[in-house]
Write a protein that binds this ligand. Sequence first.
Ligand code: IMP
Ligand code: MG
Length: 178
Amino acid sequence: MGIIRIKDKKFSTFITSDKIKSQTARVAQEINRDFAGSTPVFVAILNGSFMFAADLLREISLPCEIHFVKLASYTGTKSTGSVHEMIGLHADLRGRDVIIIEDIVDSGLTMQFVTKMLAERSPRSVSICTLLLKPGNLQVNLDIKYKCFDIPNDFIVGCGLDYDGFGRNLKDIYTVTN
Ligand code: IMP
Ligand code: MG
């Protein structure tokens, strides 16, 4: 608890690891219930989701596969920050229930891209599971079936999320402060 400094910014405790743990367990129970009888494929988006994915999947009691993918964006030609490539997913998704694990949905453009890419592989379903959502920044129509927290538009770090590469290891979530 308290104030921390990362590079030029100060952050204060916003969501404690206890709260993250209880909300993660709640969401995992929803998934266990909704996919009972299925063998889902979890696709976690690196780097940000590594900690949430580990916490969530420990609470999943379904037989399942787990894959990790990285997203790449073009540099130089476009400044939109939008992603154009999904690296590392070699699984056959035909007829499978796919559950994307993400750290945060901000504009929603990343999740829109990922769901589109996965849908092209003929899965039975594609669902989004995110630790955090900034509803105030959402620019696209997304069906976010599983979510731990809605948060304001302020910049945050911790629990997998970084500020310029730092802060991913923090077990609490911190919000930028003055
Ligand atoms: P979107 O495409 O705008 O939804 O962006 C989602 C990505 O932006 C996330 O996967 C994060 O990597 C990053 N992001 C968005 N908001 C934050 C934040 O508050 N802190 C750290 N990273 C963030
Ligand atoms: Mg991310």
